[in-house]
Design a protein around this ligand. Structure first.
Ligand code: KIV
Ligand code: ZN
Length: 529
């Protein structure tokens, strides 16, 4: 049965894209974003064309509350959801956080499987039904748009689940979400569950049925699409599929499957601007520090690379022999827009708007200067270059540790040496180091200057665009005690990009733990004297 409906009354095949990159996605190990980074991702998601943005879990911490509030105050043209457990204080907190959104949504959830009821909630089924009734009604006092999720729905008793959703609709829920919280279901089973719910939930037609999958068995996208085929009209997804454990359903995969195989999914459509998928994926990856695997569908570096000779031959004769999507349509070739030195400030500003980046006048001036410098060194400046450049600038702007200059020398027959000068708290500090390569030597030099005990856990380097003159982008993760911090750096030289990334991560440590920096045996400005 096709889902009728509420938000999609005039277009029953329209699928609502509910993005939870900033909530479930941010729960990826090590993916924590700063408040400014969240705003940047939020702007990019709006430009991408999502319908609902789950901005966070306001009751989780004061920082989460503030971030949701700031996003709700800022973004336009989308609904902003705050997550809340099914209790009054969480719901009040979520309501306060999304209060000023153009279209506020409260998303409340409670577990419904017997495993969760017995071991986690220690509640009887009847109590759960009563809680849902009270809390959905309570949430409705703050906003008409209330989503209810039955956590661990796919391991819940179907008959009880129908009662649960019936109670939620009767109390006024406008969206009923059926999470596969532990990534356990399969496409056939999930579609059958959808059909069962459409048949057995009283007044189901008063709400949108939504799906939310995790990828523990690698079936999140398949399960989500099976549910859409069965009539679900909201998909809960994250950019690059980031999220708890193995991740959530990936936005780009679902959107492109619907766009490419409309025939398979009852003509279901989204309003995503598909040519923004790649730039948005890059932004999220850069800011979260979670790399995109090269063979990732749609947005992976190799997603449109043809290596085998026989494929290359076919491609040269006719692209569609081996390509089911046009890379331009998902933002790959489209990233080759763009600008040259003569495009001027107005052209530069327009292009930034195009990729969903908003800057104030001072930030725009600085970005424009950096763009002119880049255009001197690089033949074509693409959208991907711009996204990388501006995210780097915004991230670095308030960092306590600023790179002033660096030097590294390497050759055969001896260790590499590195020297660094950093601006910190209005003065310059310096350090020297030796290592088994230029990057290592420079990191040792930074350690000598900054003296924050930490371990380097992950280090990735990649080119922002193809070509010899591409900018190098480094993402890394460090650990101090039980805290992890990510940093990214951008430069046409990967050694400099590495130093910038390391300083960005160390800056986060200082911001979080102002006493972390041990004034060390520093400031031997030897190599600079
Ligand atoms: O996976 C899950 O069950 C969730 C809910 C809170 C919707 O993320
Ligand atoms: Zn989830």
């Amino acid at each position: 049965m096709m889902q009728p409906d509420v938000a999609t009354a005039n277009q029953p095949e329209r699928v609502i894209v509910f993005d939870t990159t900033l909530r479930d996605g941010e729960q990826s190990p090590g993916a924590t974003l700063t408040a400014n980074e969240k705003l940047e991702v939020a702007d990019a998601l709006v430009a991408l064309g999502i319908d609902v943005m789950e901005a966070g879990f306001p009751a989780a911490s004061p920082g989460d509350f503030e971030a949701v509030r700031a996003i709700a105050n800022r973004v336009k043209g989308v609904s902003v959801a705050g997550l809340a457990r099914c209790n009054a204080s969480d719901i009040e907190r979520a309501a306060q956080a999304v209060r000023r959104a153009e279209a506020p949504r409260i998303h409340t959830f409670i577990a419904t499987s017997d495993i969760h009821l017995k071991h986690k909630l220690r509640m009887e089924r009847q109590e759960v039904l009563e809680r849902i009734d009270h809390m959905v009604r309570f949430a409705k006092e703050f906003t008409s748009d209330v989503e209810f999720s039955a956590e661990d729905a796919t391991r819940s008793d179907w008959d009880f689940l129908a009662q649960v959703f019936g109670a939620a609709v009767a109390a006024g829920a406008t969206t009923l979400n059926v999470p596969d919280t532990v990534g356990y279901t399969s496409p056939v089973e999930y579609a059958a569950l959808m059909e069962y719910l459409f048949e057995h939930v009283p007044e189901v037609e008063k709400a949108i049925v939504s799906v939310h999958c995790h990828d523990d068995l690698g079936m999140a996208t398949a399960n989500t699409l099976a549910a859409v085929r069965a009539g679900a009209r909201q998909v809960e997804v994250t950019m690059n599929g980031i999220g708890e454990r193995a991740g959530n359903t990936s936005l780009e995969e679902v959107v492109m499957a619907l766009a490419t195989r409309r025939d398979q999914f009852g003509g279901a459509v989204t309003r995503i601007r598909t040519d923004r998928l790649v730039p948005t994926s890059r932004l999220v990856s850069t800011l979260t520090g979670v790399p995109v695997q090269p063979n990732k569908a749609i947005v992976g570096a190799n997603a449109f690379a043809h290596e085998a000779g026989i494929h290359q031959d076919g491609m040269l004769k006719e692209r569609t022999t081996y390509e089911i999507m046009n890379p331009v349509d998902v933002g790959w070739e489209g990233t080759k827009l763009v600008l040259g030195k003569h495009s001027g400030r107005a052209g530069f500003r327009n292009t930034l708007h195009e990729v969903g980046i908003r800057l104030d006048e001072a930030q725009l001036n600085e970005a424009y200067q950096r763009f002119l410098e880049l255009a001197d060194r690089k033949k074509t400046v693409t959208a991907a270059d711009l996204v990388a450049l501006v995210s780097d600038q915004l991230e670095v702007a308030d960092d306590p540790l600023q790179l002033v200059r660096w030097n590294a020398s390497i050759g055969s027959g001896g260790p590499a040496t590195g020297s660094i000068v950093i601006r910190y708290d209005g003065r310059e500090i310096a350090g020297d180091g030796e290592g088994n390569g230029a990057v290592n030597a420079l990191f040792q030099a930074i350690d000598a200057a900054v003296a924050i005990p930490c371990e380097l856990e992950e280090y990735h380097v990649e080119a922002v665009t193809p070509g010899e003159d591409a900018q190098g982008q480094v993402r890394l993760r460090i650990r101090t005690g039980d805290q992890v911090y990510t940093g990214h750096g951008l430069a046409t030289d990967v050694i400099e990009a590495s130093a910038r990334a390391y300083l960005a991560a160390l800056s986060k440590v200082i911001q979080q733990e102002p006493t972390a920096m041990i004034p060390g045996p520093v400031s031997s400005v030897s190599r600079w004297a």
